[in-house]
Write a protein that binds this ligand. Sequence first.
Ligand code: APR
Ligand code: PHB
Length: 404
Amino acid sequence: MEIVKTKVAIIGSGPAGLLLGQLLYKAGIDHVIIEQRSAEYVASRIRAGILEQVSVDLLEQAGVDQNLKTKGLPHSGIEILTNGKKHRVDLSSLTEGKQVTVYGQTEVTKDLMQAREHAELTSFYEAEQVQVDDFYSEPKVTFHYHGKDYQIECDFIAGCDGYHGVCRASVPVDKVKTFEKVYPFGWLGVLADVPPVADELIYVQSERGFALCSMRSETRSRYYLQVPLTDHVEDWSDERFWEELKRRLDPESREKLVTGISIEKSIAPLRSFVTEPMRFGQLFLAGDAAHIVPPTGAKGLNLAASDIAYLSSALVEYYHEGSEQGINEYSEKCLQRVWKAERFSWWMTHLLHRFETESEFDHKIKQAELSYILTSQAGQTTLAENYVGLPYEIKPLNHLQPVG
Ligand code: APR
Ligand code: PHB
C-alpha cells in the first residue's frame, strides 16, 4: 500500500473540489484531489451557467478568470414572461449596479483543471473504491488507483463529491439530519449552436408549463422545458422540442427563435436538499455533497463557490494564524447562506412552474403574486437581490508562503 501524507484530501473534482484546490494552492496549503471519474468525463459535463458577482470575484482571486473575463457575458437584467407578456427585471438598477455573468459551468471546470495541470498539482482521476475513515480522529482516505492501493493520511477531508458521493454517506446516521423536497417534474435541456433568441435570459411561465431561454455565447443557446418525470429524452425529437418551446413563448420571441440541431439533450429531475451540519469532526462537506437546489434560480454552482470561500478561508486561518474559529464556524456560516438560496430557488420554482396538483385557487394566487412582484419596486428588488446573489465577504489570500 502506498501511503501519501498531505494536509487536505479533497474528494471530488467538480467545481467545488477544483476551486478549493486552487485556493489552497494559492495559500501554500498542501492537498490532493481524488476523483472517481476520468478527467475527460469531468471536463465535458454540461450544467447551468450563471455566475453571481461574488463567484466571479472568487474565481478572480483564484487566478482563473482570464477566459471568464474575455468570454463571459455580463447581464444586467432578466426577462420574465407571464400571461404572454415579457417583463424586464433590471437587476443592476435594483441592486446598486450588481450583475450576473453568463459563463458555462463546463468552462469554469475546464479553466480550473487547466490551472491545476499548469501548477502540476496532484490529482488521482479514475480512483476506485474511494473510502473515507477516522475523520473524528486521524482522517484517512483509501482507494485503488492504476492497479495499486493508496492511503492518504491528512489533517482534513473536504467532501466535494456531489450528491451521490461517499463522504456524506460515511457519516454516522445519528450525527446528520437531511431535509428534502422532490418536485413532480423535470427539465428537458437542449444545447444548440444557434444565436440566442434574446440578449437576456427569458424565464417563461405559461399554461403549458415553464420554459427557459438561456445561452452560453452569442452563437450557442441553452433552452429548457418543464416536462413530466415520466418522459424520456427519446420521446423528444429536436422538432418536437422546438415546437413545444415556441408554444410557450410570446409571439415576438416565437418569430425570432432560431432552431437547429441539438448538440446535447437531457432530462434532469428537480430537487431541494440540505444536510445539517456540514462538518463532522475533520470532514467538511461542500457543494452538492451538502445541498441541492432546483436550477430555477441558477444557484447550484454559486452556493458551491460560497461554501468553498468559507472553507478555504477557514483553512488559511487554521494553518497561517493558528486559529480554529473559521473551521468551527464553517457549518453555521454556510448553512445560513444555503437556506436563503434554498428558499429563493424553491420560490422561483414554485412561482414559475405548473404543478398538476394545484387548484384553480392556488393558480390564481400564484398569478397575483407574480403580478405583484413584477409591478412593485419592492417585489422586484427582492427578486433581484437574491438573483444577483446575497453578499458575503471574500477574505484576501495574502499567504503565499507554503505551510511546512
Ligand atoms: N470518490 C471520488 N469522487 C467522487 C465520488 C467518490 N466516491 N463520488 C462522486 N465523485 C465525484 C464526481 O464524479 C464529481 O466529479 O465528485 C464530483 C462532484 O462534482 P459535482 O457533482 O459537480 O459537485 P460540486 O463540485 O459540488 O458542484 C456543484 O455542480 O451539479 C452542479 O448544481 C451543481 O452547479 C453546482 C455544482
Ligand atoms: C443555464 O444557462 O443552464 C441556466 C441559466 C439559468 C438558470 C438555470 C440554468 O436559472
